[in-house]
Ligand binder design. Structure first.
Ligand SMILES: [Zn+2]
Length: 175
């Protein structure tokens, strides 16, 4: 996994860059979708890593992210149901999908079952510059955790800042 910080930053950037004045609630649930797949680490207690429901398995797939987006839209946006629903589901889905895609850029662990349940092979991108994040908070606050944050600063934070600044520039130019 990339760290929860890295995943959430992508969701915040997408919300702030591609939507005009997104609400806190909107971006918050985007962040939830972006970090949610890593809750599958609890599956280490029940099934092997490479299992369909193991870490980086079905719960990291695009299909699961779509299901999660629809469920969150249904339960968390009851008042806004008929307002901007399709765009909201697309945003929530993309936040979840960004999780698996970022993990495919990480340097360790098993690959990601991004196409599950249609294809249960685990995939990485050919280029993997992001240092894989240690599992567990105690391990995260260590030398390894600092190395992870450094690599995420370069490969996640800087591109996010660039994306946001470009969106601000384009918005100002069009208004
Ligand atoms: Zn992950």
């Amino acid at each position: 996994m990339a760290s929860a910080f890295g995943h959430a930053l992508v969701a915040i950037t997408a919300g702030k860059s591609f939507f005009r004045e997104p609400t806190f609630k909107f971006v918050f649930w985007g962040c939830v979708c972006s970090v949610f797949p890593d809750l599958d680490v609890i599956m280490f207690n029940f099934v092997p890593y490479e299992h369909f429901f193991g870490h980086r398995g079905f719960f990291h797939s695009l299909v699961f992210c779509l299901i999660l987006a629809v469920i969150i839209d249904f339960f968390a946006f009851t008042k806004e149901r008929n307002s901007g629903r399709i765009m909201r589901i697309i945003y929530l889905f993309l936040c979840g999908a960004s999780h698996g895609l970022l993990d495919m850029l990480t340097s360790g662990g098993l690959g990601i079952a991004i196409l599950s349940p249609f294809d249960d092979n685990r995939y990485f991108f050919p280029w993997r510059p992001i240092k894989v994040s240690p599992i567990g908070i105690a391990h995260f606050f260590s030398q390894k955790g600092i190395r992870v944050l450094k690599s995420e600063f370069v490969w996640i934070a800087l591109p996010c800042v660039a994306c946001y600044l470009i969106s601000v520039f384009l918005r100002k130019r069009s208004s």
